[in-house]
Design a protein around this ligand. Structure first.
Ligand SMILES: [Zn+2]
Length: 225
């Protein structure tokens, strides 16, 4: 059985001490690999500490259109440049507990993708980016945000890119408003607020994730060497 892997590049844009940062990331990675076990394996390709001027306070970034924010845009561009525009998922640890209010209150993690090459609906390349605050520590936030990126795919029927949860949507219990990016099962990793203990994934979620362009099948990597 091929192992499906995803490359991660980690950047600390905070002023924590290096040991605490590494411990924090290892805990997040450990949870992510446990949550996605039997489906996707995350491989760390590099860990980098940002220079002093690149420290970003989450509280100064409104939680709406985060990736259009100048400071965040600069942070990501610098990171991409510094590692030669590798394909994978870029994870940034920011200073502070929460993003500034915007899309929601008390936001501790955000994710998104950016297309770098598009030849056709079957031949394209993108990279992922995740931002985490201090309050995402000890929770399944990284594993959850990774899910949003892994669900990015081209939908031939709708003729556009989507990143909806294949086992979604989340339906608000009172307003009945639907959120296609999230799951309606509180035990599922992709529930709106990621569960605190042993989140589950569905077969469909795993299947969609494995087909994501950012995922590599390990036996293919070996044959290329
Ligand atoms: Zn989410």
């Amino acid at each position: 059985m091929p192992v499906h892997t995803v490359d991660l590049y980690v950047f600390f844009a905070n002023d924590e001490n290096p040991d605490a940062n590494i411990r924090r990331f290892e805990q997040d990675l450990d949870m992510a690999n446990r949550d996605w076990k039997g489906c996707i394996q995350f491989i760390v390709k590099g860990i980098y500490s940002s220079k002093r001027k690149r420290i970003v306070d989450a509280a100064s970034i409104p939680a709406t259109n985060v990736f259009k924010n100048r400071q965040i845009d600069h942070l990501i561009r610098a990171a991409r440049y510094s590692i030669g525009y590798q394909t994978g998922i870029y994870i940034f640890y920011l200073n502070g507990d929460y993003f500034a209010e915007g899309r929601g209150k008390n936001v501790v993690g955000v994710s998104g993708t950016e297309m770098v090459d598009f030849k056709s609906s079957k031949d394209y390349e993108f990279f992922g980016r995740i931002l985490l605050t201090n309050m995402a520590a000890g929770r399944h936030t990284l594993a959850h945000e990774l899910g949003h990126i892994l669900f990015k795919r081209y939908d031939a029927r709708e003729n556009r890119f989507i990143h909806s949860d294949p086992s979604g949507p989340y339906i608000h219990s009172e307003t009945k408003k639907m959120d296609p990016a999230h799951n309606n099962n509180r035990k599922n990793l992709m529930f709106k607020i990621s569960p605190s203990v042993n989140p589950v994934l569905t077969f469909e979620q795993c299947q969609v994730a494995k087909q994501c362009k950012i995922v590599q099948a390990q036996n293919e990597i070996q044959s290329n060497r």
